[in-house]
Ligand binder design. Structure first.
Ligand code: UDP
Length: 378
């Protein structure tokens, strides 16, 4: 039996923030078990040895937040560059701004509306869809942007992304997309701060873990039944609950992604870090070009670039997006009840909560859990 004060299962953002807090504030020993061969979970970034370009192995991550507490915390470990995310979509061989803004509306409908006129126009085309009580993804989208924009940019992208008919998805997913009646083309809705860590995400997580009291063990699965750790305070489990409890209430469904990376011999392939492809004729949903995430680096002297095509797929092995339908939510509830019965265990993070968290919400949740831990143990 190996002794530790705290055991953390999962070395993603949630687990790493907690490890940092527990060691630097409470001065306790933490062991982290990580099943992958690297730290940082899905925010892992890596420098491609051939081009020298840093890319995000699990999809482009742009940090954004309006929470002072999160921004102040994260800035102790990394500075951020000036990158501002703007997304674009290609539809019928033409590029449009995304999220839908005044430029998208005018360009798509071949108009020259000012903000008031655009609002009036959208109000008119959405009126007949605004009569529901419980909006699903499709009815929510129709009530906000109308049929034509929905069918061009949203419907088929969403089908590809989730592998489901949009009527079977919750309206809340659509709420992630801002709708603007001005020319603001930044992606993150109402975020006071945003950017990409100047030294990359992996180096940021390395800094979180840079404490002698933290021991990270890679390639290590955690098994509740054959637990060989003697934990003084708590085990904090950040993986999926169905796996931990032997799938006793059934498997939780996740949507997964496959990334196809390619080096292209050109300085700039698409002129933007991400372009979305909503049409069904493309099997992928987006093309990422990570070079653009670091305008402060010398990447553009290089006549090579990396592009990464993103293909959604069904898979529980690499869980990305929780399929938050009723059945799955009910299963997760049962697992939460089971989890509460395990003594000296705490749970949290995207996987354990079966939640679609942005990075700042993950940090906020970890800091909140730390407060609780601090209260109990001091
Ligand atoms: N979406 C879409 N078309 C797009 C981008 C997004 O239909 O071009 C929908 C899709 O259902 C997606 C949701 O909006 O799951 C939320 O988009 P977001 O960009 O927040 O997804 P993420 O970047 O987290 O994958």
């Amino acid at each position: 039996m190996k002794k530790t004060d705290y055991l953390i299962v999962g070395c993603g953002l949630f687990g790493s923030v907690l490890a940092e807090r527990i060691t630097s504030i409470l001065k306790k020993k933490v062991i982290i078990l990580e099943k992958r061969d690297h730290i940082a979970g899905n925010i892992y970034s890596h420098i491609d040895p051939y081009t020298g370009i840093e890319y995000h192995k699990y999809g482009t991550h742009i940090f954004h937040t309006s929470h002072d507490i999160v921004w102040n915390y994260i800035n102790q470990f990394t500075s951020f560059n000036s990158y501002r995310h703007q997304s674009l979509a290609e539809y019928k061989n033409k590029i449009y701004q995304l999220p839908i803004n005044l430029e998208t509306i005018n360009s798509f409908f071949n108009k020259n509306y000012n903000p008031d006129e655009a609002k009036k126009f959208i109000t008119k085309i959405t009126k007949k869809y605004r009569n529901e009580k419980n909006y699903n993804f499709e009815s929510k989208a129709l009530s906000q942007i109308g049929k034509d924009l929905y069918e061009a940019f949203i419907k088929n992208y969403t089908k590809k992304q989730w592998g489901k008919d949009p009527v079977d998805l919750p309206g809340t997913i659509f709420n992630r997309l801002p709708l603007r009646f001005n020319y603001d083309e930044t992606y993150q809705k109402n975020s006071r701060w945003s950017g990409v860590p100047e030294e990359g995400y992996t180096n940021f997580v390395k800094k979180l873990l840079d404490n002698k009291k933290i021991e990270v063990k890679l390639n290590k699965n955690f098994d509740l039944k054959n637990n060989t750790y003697n934990v003084k305070y708590f085990t904090i489990y950040t993986g999926p609950l169905d796996k931990l409890f032997g799938y006793q209430h059934g498997k939780l469904d996740w949507r997964s992604l496959k990334f196809e990376k390619k080096v292209v011999n050109t300085e700039d392939f698409q002129g933007n870090s991400v372009i979305n492809y909503p049409e069904l004729k493309y099997k992928f949903t987006r093309i990422h070009e990570p070079k653009h995430l670091h305008p402060e680096r010398n990447y553009f002297k290089n006549n090579k670039t990396i592009i990464i095509k993103e293909y959604p797929k069904k898979d529980n092995k690499e869980p990305y997006y929780p399929i938050n339908d009723l059945q799955n939510r009910q299963k997760q509830k049962k697992y939460s009840v089971t989890a509460r019965k395990v003594n000296n265990f705490l749970f949290g993070g995207r996987l354990a909560n079966y939640a679609y968290y942005d990075m700042d919400m993950t940090i906020l949740a970890a800091l909140t859990l730390f407060k609780k831990i601090k209260k109990i143990t001091t």
